[in-house]
Design a protein around this ligand. Structure first.
Ligand code: PNW
Length: 457
């Protein structure tokens, strides 16, 4: 479980070591060069929606500093970089007219990555829907499947020769739970009735984009989900049932339709009269063969029944647990458990860990130029060890992307949470690799063997 000196940390040949970001969280300049607004630009500019009114207008200024950022990746020895494309830079109205300048930005970025031997993993949708499409109902409109496939096609045609790993959606669960059920994320709706419709349409859009890829593309495409194991808080019947529901809601709601062509029965129980009977033919669109699944892992939850709130059973705080700045328990064993569950349930599909990391309180850049973040090193090390355990148990894991390359905009929490392995000074935009980045760089260089070395502090 925990890294230890006597363990042989060999990782499969070709295992890819990288880091991840998302467009809205790092780019800034959201309306530059003919881009249209996204729902996140609107949301952040609505009073009260984000902490301190923080917006993505500047973020990490990556839109202008991309070349320096690729140089930093190279200096750290990253082999892969997962990023997302902002849909409304490519199609300012969401469909129709293509904005060449937007396409050029990503095309240059991809060229620069390849010139530095860094493999691009491109995510089509990391939450920044074009505002023009939200005006047409956004993910509540069934046409979104066609809109998304059209957008995908533009990118496949422009980049598939150079980008070989594609992701349709990042975390449909967060899009729906945050955007349509609880309203903490754009577009900020709160409706038990909208949530299942948005979820279902996201999955139809995923299916349509994969279908379009098979016609245009020659490499690999997959789906990225955030999942976390649910453990019952006690051995009571009620907690067991709540745990089953929580598991279906977060872990099976998207993987079941995408890989098995059906929803878990608990969803009807959870949503009650808000759960529609979806047309059978929709599942034929949704269940497309995938080349891989991306798993984003941050935490677990210990689940207790909560009669007043059946939609989201209460997560029980662990008195002896270690918690990150976002209030998530550090629980590496959960990642091994989850990966084994994935293999048992869905079979031998290749898996990438497409996000894993933690926000901790980091000290300022010290006089010697270092940012000492031992808790983050400990977090990454234990999770890499947990991944190694899953590989040893036969799960086909092909790579690991640390979240995140840079400190960045944590959505409605603004700039208050730092997940980066590289520190960003938001006043000067100066980047400083934290101790965790230097440590990770050594792990990459040793292809994981360095996990058994003593920690550098
Ligand atoms: C992911 N949850 O979001 C996103 O893909 C990133 O953009 C984000 O910055 C990162 O994790 C850190 O938050 C999540 O509540 C948000 O389970 C919420 C959850 C999971 C992932």
């Amino acid at each position: 479980m925990s890294p230890s000196a006597d363990k042989d940390f060999s990782f499969p040949k070709g295992f890819l070591w990288g880091a991840a970001t998302a467009a809205h969280q790092i780019e800034g300049s959201p309306l530059a060069d003919g881009a249209g607004p996204s729902i996140w630009t609107r949301f952040a500019h609505t009073p009260g929606m984000t902490l301190n009114g923080d917006t993505g207008d500047v973020a990490c200024d990556h839109y202008r500093r991309w070349k320096d950022d690729v140089r930093l990746m190279r200096e750290l020895g990253l082999q892969a970089y997962r990023f997302s494309v902002s849909w409304s830079r490519i199609l300012p109205e969401g469909t129709g007219r293509v904005n060449q300048a937007g396409l050029d930005f990503y095309s240059r970025l991809v060229d620069e990555l390849l010139a530095n031997d860094i493999e691009p993993l491109l995510t089509l949708y990391h939450w920044d829907l074009p505002a023009a499409l939200d005006d047409r109902g956004g993910w509540l409109n069934r046409d979104c499947a066609d809109w998304f496939a059209e957008y995908g096609r533009v990118l496949y045609r422009a980049l598939d020769g150079r980008v070989k790993k594609w992701v349709t959606l990042n975390e449909p669960w967060v899009v729906t739970d945050g955007g349509y059920l609880h309203g903490a994320l754009a577009p900020g709706h709160r409706s038990r009735f909208e949530a299942p419709i948005a979820s279902h349409n996201l999955m139809r859009a995923h299916g349509a984009a994969v279908q379009a890829y098979r016609a245009e593309g020659a490499h690999e495409i997959g789906l990225v989900v955030n999942i976390e194991p649910k453990y019952p808080a006690s051995d009571s019947e009620a907690d067991a049932a709540a745990t089953r529901r929580a598991h279906a809601y977060m872990n099976e709601q998207y993987l079941h339709p995408a890989l098995l062509g059906r929803y878990p029965p608990e969803l009807k129980e959870i949503f009650g009269d808000a759960w529609p009977d979806f047309p059978e033919e929709d599942f034929r669109l949704i269940v497309q063969p995938l080349d891989f699944v991306g798993i984003n892992y941050y935490t677990r939850s210990v689940t207790a029944a909560d009669a007043s709130y059946p939609l989201k059973a209460g997560a029980v705080r662990q008195p002896l647990g270690t918690y990150t700045e976002t209030g998530w328990e550090v629980f590496p064993q959960g990642l091994t458990d989850l990966l084994l569950w994935f293999k048992r349930t869905y079979g031998d599909l290749p898996v990438y860990i497409t996000e894993n990391g933690a926000a901790f309180f980091d000290p300022a850049v010290a006089e010697d130029g270092r940012v000492r973040d031992p808790l983050r090193i400990d977090y990454l090390r234990k999770h890499l060890s947990a991944i190694h355990d899953a590989i040893a148990a036969g799960v086909d894991i092909r790579g690991y992307m640390a979240w995140s390359l840079l400190d960045n905009l944590e959505w409605s929490l603004g700039y208050s949470k730092r997940f980066g392995i590289i520190h960003v000074n938001y006043g000067t935009q100066e980047r400083t690799p934290k101790d965790s980045a230097r440590w990770y760089s050594g792990i990459i260089e040793s292809h994981g063997r360095g996990l058994s070395d003593p920690l550098p502090y």
